[in-house]
Structures are given as structure tokens and as C-alpha cells.
Design a binder for this molecule. Structure first.
Ligand code: HEM
Length: 466
């Protein structure tokens, strides 16, 4: 199935080709809904500051194009540039697999992984320090703070003061954006966005604030480079993703087309924060609920660390069981539960269902990840299934989606999650708090939870290991 310019539907195309019949059923029966579904166009307000302006045309060339909002050739160009210049690119993956890579890039990527790991470790140490002497912890809240500070450090070289409780102004505005960005009423009737409602004024103020923070971070970095160049101290070694995307010069648009830098940074925050936080919170929940799994993961963590307090990049590649725990948690509770919908690019048919061109299609990741014809005992939490020889086919396991639009931050998120688990397991025991079955059944009703599967709360108890 070809793609048209407005609607990239490679995933749908891939589904038609690659899904076994059972999954086609799941998609067709559970996931194909009417056009009220989210389409990428509807996500404009939080990504494009000008989207409440009736004259704003996000599809016009060079107007704040962002990777999530574009399709076709424009998306392809942005995707390869952004992925090339961040931790997301495939060559970093080859690096981890010991395959040959371009030596200039290798030097930069190795440096960046090391720097990012350093930043993650610092944030993590602060987080675990806040848990000492605590009986019960709010895992959902704390994982959210951890993921935000890690992302801030890795992207911009600065946290948001989330873990140390400073909660600067930016954090407050950021929360407004996160709470409102997928408001179903406004997604369905985007025209409401342009009316002078108090909600809209608050939302615009918050989006404006976030843009200013990101623009300010870019300007400050350019200014810092200028001073370093004048003093002859500038070293062309990226310290964070902003450095990678800026290249080695003084141009604020860096290696990207005009107007794309801030939307690119913005998207990484919006796509990378809550997703990782929710995944980690669910993993804490499963560890508490399955002590035998926790013990096995702890043994692996102790074996790999061999007495060290912090893992290095190699250690993170030697934790198959911990990796399987994360994979299983992502299977059962995929943070992106319902994939942002596409429109069918052409008239087509999916497992006997006619799909006219333009129909909104939303893939139900949650249903696919637990389909009984694909997964044995699909509702059981069983990390060992990811250690068996026969691994799930790509399109049977979709927490990060699949195909050309697969998540760009998956490797980064896994690095962040493995680091946390390695350190956590060697320092704390995670225990259930109250009725954990209840927790699994109470999902947040907030707007964002319509796409992200957010638990209402996840509380666990922690006990420091002696
Ligand atoms: C557990 C953590 C994460 C999960 C479950 C997740 C899941 C997803 C999914 C399902 C998509 C596909 C959306 C679609 O096809 O419409 C996606 C796209 C994306 N993700 Fe993630 N994500 C995670 C973490 C991250 C992180 C940490 C970052 C960045 C730092 C990130 C950046 C992106 C970007 C930029 C896209 C858009 C790619 C494109 O349209 O080409 N994600 N993610």
C-alpha cells in the first residue's frame, strides 16, 4: 500500500503484509474506529505555538516542522537527520553489537553514551537517596520525576529540579501541557482551541513558556560556544543531544532545516518523558508482586556489578534477565496503549473489512501484545518468555510500535530503565503495598490516559538491603 503525502501509513501497510491472521482480527475488531480518532493533525496545538492562529499552516515548508507532525519526504528527511544526531540512531546500536561504525561518529557516540550515563547516574543517586528511611513510595510520581530530570540532562544538560523538589516554574508549565495536550474535547473539535476560554489561555501560556525555555537553552549554548571559541577552549565533543543536533558551529538551527530545532527538542520531551516513567512504575509494581522474579533479577544485577555501585555501558549489555523483565512489563502494560491513528492512504481491505481511503485507523497495541493466539498465557507476567529461542515477530510485540515510524527513543529509554533497575535492585527490596490487584484495575481518567495507559497510582514499599 503506497503512502500519500499527508498520511504516512507504513505501519498499516506493514500490518496488512506481516500480521498473522489472528492479529489482523484483533486490529480489525478492536482498533479500527471512526474518524474521531486522533490523527497527527489534531496534535498540532501542543507542538506548534501558532496552531491557534487561523492563518497558521503547519504544512507550509519550513514552518516549525517536527518529526511527529510531518509525513512523506519531509518526515523522512527530518527523521534521518534527528536520528543520525541523537542517541536514537542505528549506528549506536551497531556500536553496542560490536559491528563496524564510522570512526568519527563512533568517537562522538561513545562520548555521548558515557556522558548520558553519567547524568543518569547522578539523577538516580539523588532519587535513591530520597528513598532511604522511607517505608512507602509513590512509584508513579517518583519515576515521573526521575524520567524528567534524566531527559532534561540528556537533552539540554540541565534537570528540572523535579527530584530535589525545587519544582521550578518550568515544571509547573510543563505539567499543564502534559495534562492538556490530549484533551479529547479539543482533539475532536480543534476549532475550540482558538476561543478565549480560560483553559486555552492557560494552555497557550504554558506552551509559550516551554518554547521560551527551549529557545533559551539553544541561545545559551550558542553563547557559551562563542565564548569558548574566543577563549580557545571549545572542544567539539557533544555533551548532550542538543550539542549533537547543533553540530559543531554557531548556527542555532544546527544540522536541521530552519525552524525545526525547538520542535525537535520539544518532541523528545513529550514523547520520552511519561512513556518511560509509566513503564518504570509498572515494572516496580511487577517486581513487588513477583518476588521470585525480583530475586532472579537481583542476582543478575549483583553478578554483573561485581561490587561496583554504578553500572557502565558494558554492564548494561550484560543483563538479559533484567531486559526480559522490562520487555514483559512493556508487553503487559504498554505505556502507549493505543497508537496515534493514521488515515488509510488508499482504499484498502484489512482481514475482510473494507477500509475507505481517509478512514482513521488506530492500532490497539494493548490487544496485540496480549493476543492469546500469539502469546501463551498472555495475562501472566513471565519474563522468561523473552529468553526463549523463539522470539515474538516484530509486529506481534509493539510497545515501541514498528516499521519506519518506530519509536526514536527506544534505545535511550531502555538504557535509562536498565540503569535504574541495576542500581535499585542492588540497594533496595521492593515490596507490595496494600492490594496490588486493585492498583492494576484503576487507571487514570485524565485526558492523556486515553492514549497512554496510566495507572491512577502505583505505591510500593521499599526496604534498604543490609
Ligand atoms: C518506554 C518508553 C517509550 C515508549 C513505550 C514509546 C513508544 C512510542 C511509540 C509507540 C511510538 C510510535 C507512535 C506512532 O507510531 O504514532 C513512538 C514514537 C516516537 N518516540 Fe517513543 N516511546 C518511548 C520513549 C521515547 C523516548 C525516551 C523518546 C525520546 C527521548 C521517544 C521519542 C519518540 C519520537 C521522536 C517518536 C516519533 C517517531 C516518528 O514519528 O518518526 N520515545 N514512541
Amino acid at each position: 500500500m503506497p503512502c500519500n503525502a499527508r498520511c504516512t501509513s507504513p505501519l498499516v501497510a506493514a500490518c496488512v503484509k506481516d500480521f498473522p491472521k489472528a492479529d489482523n482480527d484483533a486490529i480489525a475488531s478492536k482498533s479500527i474506529q471512526a474518524c474521531l480518532n486522533y490523527t497527527k493533525d489534531r496534535l498540532l496545538p501542543f507542538i506548534h505555538r501558532g496552531s491557534w492562529d487561523p492563518h497558521f499552516d503547519p504544512w507550509k515548508d519550513g514552518q516549525n516542522a517536527s518529526i511527529v507532525m510531518t509525513n512523506g519526504a519531509q518526515w523522512q528527511a527530518l527523521r534521518s537527520l534527528v536520528s543520525e544526531k541523537t542517541l536514537a540512531q542505528d549506528r549506536l546500536h551497531s556500536l553496542n553489537q560490536g559491528k563496524p561504525v564510522d570512526p568519527t561518529f563512533e568517537k562522538q557516540a561513545v562520548q555521548l553514551v558515557r556522558t548520558c550515563l553519567g547524568l543518569v547516574k547522578g539523577t538516580l543517586t539523588s532519587l535513591l537517596d530520597t528513598w532511604r528511611g522511607c517505608e512507602q513510595i509513590d512509584a508513579k510520581r517518583d519515576m515521573s520525576r526521575y524520567a524528567l530530570d534524566v531527559l532534561g540532562s540528556a537533552m539540554l544538560g540541565q534537570g528540572f529540579g523535579a527530584i530535589d523538589g525545587k519544582f521550578d516554574d518550568t515544571y509547573r508549565h510543563y505539567q499543564v501541557v502534559m495534562a492538556e495536550m490530549l484533551n479529547p474535547l479539543y482533539l475532536t473539535f480543534p476549532v475550540l482551541e482558538r476561543l478565549p476560554f480560560p483553559r486555552n489561555l492557560r494552555f497557550r501560556k504554558a506552551v509559550d513558556h516551554m518554547y521560551k525555555v527551549l529557545e533559551g537553552a539553544v541561545d545559551a549554548r550558542i553563547q557559551q560556544r562563542r565564548e569558548q571559541m574566543e577563549a580557545g577552549t571549545f572542544r567539539d565533543e557533544p555533551q548532550d543531544m542538543l550539542d549533537m543536533m547543533l553540530g559543531s558551529g554557531l548556527d542555532p538551527k544546527g544540522v536541521l532545516p530552519d525552524g525545526c530545532m525547538v520542535p525537535a527538542l520539544w518532541i523528545f520531551f513529550l514523547a520520552g518523558h511519561d512513556t518511560t516513567a509509566v513503564s518504570l512504575a509498572w515494572t516496580m509494581h511487577f517486581l513487588a508482586k513477583h518476588p521470585e522474579v525480583q530475586e532472579k533479577a537481583r542476582r543478575e544485577a549483583f553478578d554483573v556489578l561485581e561490587g561496583k555501585t554504578d553500572p557502565d555501558a558494558d554492564d548494561l549489555e550484560r543483563v538479559p534477565y533484567i531486559n526480559a523483565v522490562i520487555s514483559e512489563s512493556l508487553r503487559l502494560r504498554p505505556p502507549v496503549y493505543n497508537l496515534i491513528s493514521r488515515e488509510a492512504a488508499v482504499d484498502t481491505e484489512l482481514d475482510g473489512y473494507a477500509i475507505p481511503k481517509g478512514t482513521g485507523i488506530s492500532l490497539h497495541i494493548g490487544a496485540i501484545n496480549r493476543h492469546p493466539e500469539v502469546w501463551e498465557n498472555p495475562l501472566d507476567f513471565n519474563p522468561d518468555r523473552f529468553l526463549q529461542d523463539k522470539q515474538p515477530r516484530v509486529f506481534n510485540y509493539l510497545p515501541f510500535s514498528a516499521g519506519p515510524r518506530r519509536c526514536l527513543g527506544d534505545k535511550f529509554s531502555l538504557l535509562e530503565q536498565r540503569t535504574l533497575l541495576l542500581k535499585l535492585l542492588t540497594q533496595f527490596q521492593v515490596l507490595p503495598d496494600g492490594d496490588m490487584v486493585m492498583q492494576e484495575d484503576t487507571y487514570s481518567k485524565s485526558a492523556i490516559s486515553l492514549m497512554l495507559l496510566q495507572p491512577e497510582e502505583i505505591k510500593v514499599r521499599v526496604q534498604q538491603l543490609s
